[in-house]
Design a protein around this ligand. Structure first.
Ligand SMILES: Nc1ccccc1C(=O)C[C@H](N)C(=O)O
Length: 314
């Protein structure tokens, strides 16, 4: 790609100066893992996810494959703490995998430590790309709509919840962030959103259009812009004055992933004290890569697990 930004000023969009190869590299998280080779990192991630899910299903009270819509794959798994109350905080997780891989069946990482502290955990499935294109399934717009309906579903099913917390990883962080822009009036319910945990996310989708990820996604520039919370969130209506937004990125995430998180945090209508605006914070988590950041959520003493619990129970 040509550098048309002139010399002497740091570009606001550094990716536009990158070669195609460099851009590809920046948006391939597994290549930035230092503790393991790329393939081994992906394998380990999926293995830990499968083990955590198997354990969660074997040891926690759960409702599995609960439909939140009529479409194929519109299902959630709900894991409960021991108490029989429905007046619980609900933590919803949207898995990563560039909107084209991953599933709820290997993403129950945080179920054990969160349910042990009295949080219900909902692992959400959505129709990853590329899918049969009947009714636009597999498009990003469709995934955003599915995720919106999954949140509305939890609110309707558990109206006495003690807060709904949305957590997404990577592409899932994008989907969670899109919920800051959702129009709930269409869904007949206003979810009791109390927190967002956006982990190693992508919020400006334009660079993705120029990577190999777009072979399956088939995003046009317009699709990418329409689905970029980075471009839209400053004009969004705050959901609730007490809602917290935490943007987190791993130390070993690529520079582009760092930029994505930092710049998204910068455009959030941030306030720490004033009423009527979100309380946002940004954290770079020490000594973790794109995959460990979520793998470590299986551990109760992990920093991010503790941040999540403190946010829920503050
Ligand atoms: N499987 C994932 C799960 C979560 C987040 C990203 C991925 C990826 O695979 C990203 C990309 N394909 C990579 O090789 O890094």
């Amino acid at each position: 790609m040509m550098d048309v930004s002139g010399v002497g000023f740091p570009s606001k969009v550094p990716w536009k100066k990158m070669s195609a190869e460099e851009l590809e590299n920046q948006y391939c998280p597994s290549r930035w893992v230092v503790r393991l080779g790329a393939e081994e990192a992906l394998r380990t991630y999926s293995q830990i996810g499968i083990e955590a899910t198997t354990r969660a299903r074997a040891t926690r009270k759960s409702l599995l494959h609960v439909p939140y819509g009529d479409g194929e794959g519109e299902k959630v798994d709900i894991y409960f703490p021991d108490e029989s109350s429905e007046a619980l905080p609900f933590f919803l997780f949207f898995h990563g995998g560039y909107w084209q891989s991953g599933s709820k069946d290997e993403s129950a990482f945080m179920v054990h430590p969160l349910t042990a502290q009295g949080v219900a955990v909902v692992i959400v499935a959505y129709g990853i790309a590329p899918k049969a294109h009947a009714l636009c399934a597999g498009t990003l717009d469709h995934m955003v709509d599915q995720v919106t309906r999954s949140v509305a579903f939890v609110q309707k099913r558990y109206p006495s919840n003690k807060g709904i917390y949305l957590c997404g990883h990577s592409a899932g962080a994008h989907l969670a962030a899109m919920m800051l822009l959702a129009d709930w009036t269409k869904h007949g319910v206003t979810p009791n959103l109390r927190g967002f945990f956006l982990v190693s996310g992508v919020f400006d989708l334009e660079p993705i259009v120029y990577t190999s990820q777009n072979v399956a996604l088939q995003l046009t520039l317009e699709d990418a812009q329409r689905n970029s919370p980075q471009l839209k969130v400053a004009q969004a209506q705050p959901v609730d004055p007490t809602c917290r937004v935490l943007v987190v990125v791993g130390q070993f995430d690529s520079p582009e992933f760092h930029r994505q998180s930092w710049e998204f945090y910068q455009v959030l209508p941030v306030q720490t004290l004033c009423q009527g605006e979100w309380k946002a914070s940004f954290e770079e988590l020490h000594d973790v890569d794109h995959f460990e950041i979520v793998e470590n959520l299986t551990q109760k003493d992990n920093v991010l697990t503790q941040i999540i619990l403190k946010t829920i129970f503050q």
